[in-house]
Design a protein around this ligand. Structure first.
Ligand code: ZN
Length: 245
């Protein structure tokens, strides 16, 4: 089975369309979407429409909850809060209903999908350091060999060898997974990468070859930026796209 896994689209239609086009070449059978479909970008409804057409395997992110009043934006920084309010005002009724109904986690075969962290799917902690990731492994259900996450907008592959009790951060973004290990993989962000690479990120996972790839694709950043500025969203949200921060 070939999985296409995407996260943190954040209303960036240009990035999302480029990712969808790239995924068309990948013989994907199942698409998983890890949340934060909206927030920051100027096309929340359009991105939601694309996700709805693409797959029913979708979970909610903190920005999806904020946009429908399920999460208090007091926990957001000024820019994120402003974007959440803008999104709240611009979502269609159908979009609001759709976001409200999304679950926080999803299982597909031996894969667990969660936006932030498996121990606290409703608290949205950031998994950044190796130590933070390592404590998540015991929380995974026994038959879960791969947990896919988003939220930090920074891609990364973490491997747990249970027999040796060793957790490590894999260097690089193409990895031949080992059958005796378990993994937590951050698939990066489609619409607002923050790892210094402005290209949109997505993940392809093949259960037969056990190959996991986090890929990147360029997109029309300038158009996405212009839309953000024209919409009256903070200019900084447009500027950061160019730097991947
Ligand atoms: Zn996000």
């Amino acid at each position: 089975m070939r999985y296409g896994i995407i996260s943190d689209i954040h209303g960036n239609l240009e990035a999302f369309d480029a990712v969808l086009e790239a995924l068309e070449q990948e013989d994907i059978e199942v698409y998983l979407c890890l949340g934060d479909i909206v927030g920051y970008g100027a096309n929340p409804n359009e991105c939601l429409g694309r996700v709805w057409e693409l797959t029913s395997e979708v979970i909610a992110g903190n920005h999806d909850h904020a946009a429908v009043g399920k999460l208090d934006i007091i926990s957001f920084n000024h820019m994120a809060a402003e974007a959440a309010l803008w999104t709240m005002q611009h979502l269609t009724r159908t979009a609001r209903h759709y976001l409200r109904e999304l679950p926080l986690t999803r299982r597909h075969g031996h894969i667990l999908a969660v936006h932030g962290a498996p121990t606290q799917p409703d608290k949205w902690p950031y998994l950044i350091t190796l130590d933070q990731v390592a404590v998540e492994f015991p929380a995974l259900p026994d038959d879960t060999t791969l947990c896919v996450v988003g939220h930090t907008h920074t891609p990364g592959i973490f491997e747990m060898n249970d027999a040796e009790e060793v957790c490590r951060h894999i260097h690089g973004y193409t990895y031949q997974m080992q059958s005796d290990c378990r993994y937590i993989v951050n698939v990066g962000s489609v619409g607002q990468p923050r790892d210094g690479d402005s290209r949109a990120a997505f993940c392809v996972y093949d259960t037969e070859t056990y190959l996991l790839e986090i890929k990147r694709t360029t997109y029309d950043i300038e158009s996405a930026q212009k839309k953000i500025c024209r919409a009256g969203l903070p200019d900084m949200l447009a500027e950061r796209l160019a730097y991947g921060q």
